[in-house]
Design a protein around this ligand. Structure first.
Ligand SMILES: [Zn+2]
Length: 399
């Protein structure tokens, strides 16, 4: 197929998905997006109806080298990138970065560790409802945490960092999920509430409704989530979390230095941090549930899914009235891989998975002990067996 070079081919944005770039090129030149898409793609090798980009054709169309294009567009890289290192869902990025890229909305496929645009101090966050990125100039702690996040990445690798940050987000969701504001003003709940008020103003219900996105609640807890992720990603602390009673105390003590812990005075509600120490800390990091596929039917990117839009509206309404934040965090798909771990029982509803993720009751302890025995052939009298591990924070009885 002969591809003619476009008269004014603008460059792609960093991490842009190919369909977004082709859409912008078509808009700028008054062309039909799907015609242009067919010109620069071919049917996927498996013989399906979906199409993948042919780098040579896109290079001919834009007059840019394949090398330069592949630097920006992950889908053009050869060999293919490890898609597990990227989010499976493309999203909008920093609107201030995007303003230099004409031709319409820029949609990017970001790696798991990108939450903040450091240049413009904006919160990009997990894929949500594609609102413009939130300004962080009032909350420098969040910007700084992105740098700390990158340091964990370079030390521990992407898989351990991914698991640690999501696990930490889920801990924050559990801590924030209290029926009433804690009386103790030093409780981390108040820090998060103050940040959430800066990001989602509480002048009145309608302002809060319009400004709401669950992504901003992730921003509010991000600094403490990174504090916890440092521990969760460290082999030393994982080993302590899963060690003798004294070692466990050391781990929980370290946790309490970083966030409010124990976070509830009602242990019957469970304890997600103790649950993690017992059930998850000794297992390999949880992997993403979905991975991105570079092949698609059409060049037009789908807009927000109706159920996703409905879920967002419900959360926005709920938050604007009650300002309760733990529950939307725990229910967001972003943390699903660690709330509903591969080895946890299958629950039909999210509530079941969330309930399980904080269990520390005797029945649960026994079940974990059996699993560990199966794996290591330890006897129950071994001091490292979890039945002996009831600490003051894990003696709750859901049984
Ligand atoms: Zn930016």
């Amino acid at each position: 197929m002969l591809v003619r070079r476009l008269p004014d081919p603008v460059p792609p944005a960093q991490h842009e998905v190919a369909a977004s770039y082709i859409g912008r090129l078509a808009t700028l030149h008054g062309l039909d997006i799907n015609d242009l898409w067919v010109q620069v793609t071919q049917r996927e090798q498996s013989g399906g109806m979906r199409r993948v980009i042919v780098p040579e054709r896109l290079a001919a169309l834009t007059g840019r080298t394949i090398h330069a294009l592949a630097g920006a567009l992950p889908e053009l890289r050869d060999p293919e990138p490890n898609w597990a290192m990227f989010r499976h869902q493309p999203q909008t990025g920093c609107h201030r970065c995007d303003s230099k890229h004409p031709g319409g909305k820029v949609t990017r496929l970001l790696p798991h560790h990108r939450y903040v645009c450091l240049r413009h101090r904006t919160w990009i966050g997990p894929p949500d409802v594609n609102q413009p990125a939130a300004d962080l100039s009032e909350i420098p702690a969040i910007v700084h945490s992105q740098r700390r996040h990158l340091r964990i990445l370079s030390r521990r690798g992407w898989a351990a960092t991914y698991d640690a940050v999501l696990t930490a987000f889920s801990f924050c969701g559990h801590i924030w999920d209290t029926p009433n504001p804690p009386e103790d003003r030093r409780h981390v709940w108040h820090t998060w509430d103050a940040r959430a008020r800066a990001l989602i103003p509480d002048d009145d219900e309608s302002t809060a409704f319009r400004a709401y996105s669950t992504s901003k609640l992730f921003a509010a807890v991000y600094p403490e989530a990174i504090d916890l992720a440092v521990l969760i990603a460290a082999p030393y602390w994982r080993q302590r979390a899963n060690g003798t009673l004294i070692e466990q105390f050391q781990f929980l003590d370290e946790v309490s230095r970083r966030v409010s812990y124990p976070y509830t005075d009602k242990p019957e509600f469970g304890d997600a941090i103790a649950h993690w120490a017992i059930a998850d800390s000794w297992r390999p990091p949880s992997a993403p549930t979905n991975t991105y596929s570079p092949a698609r039917l059409r060049g037009l990117l789908p807009s927000l899914h109706a159920t996703q839009a409905r879920r967002h509206e419900q959360s926005a309404l709920w938050f604007s009235r009650k300002r309760k934040a733990g529950s939307p965090l725990l229910r967001h798909l972003h943390v699903r891989p660690v709330v509903d771990r591969a080895w946890a029982p299958d629950y039909e509803r999210t509530e079941g998975a969330i309930w399980h993720s904080k269990r520390t009751d005797q029945q649960f302890l026994d079940q974990i002990a059996r699993e560990i025995m199966k794996q290591t052939r330890r006897t129950p009298s071994d001091p490292a067996s979890p039945t002996d591990r009831s600490s003051p924070h894990t003696t709750s009885g859901l049984s």
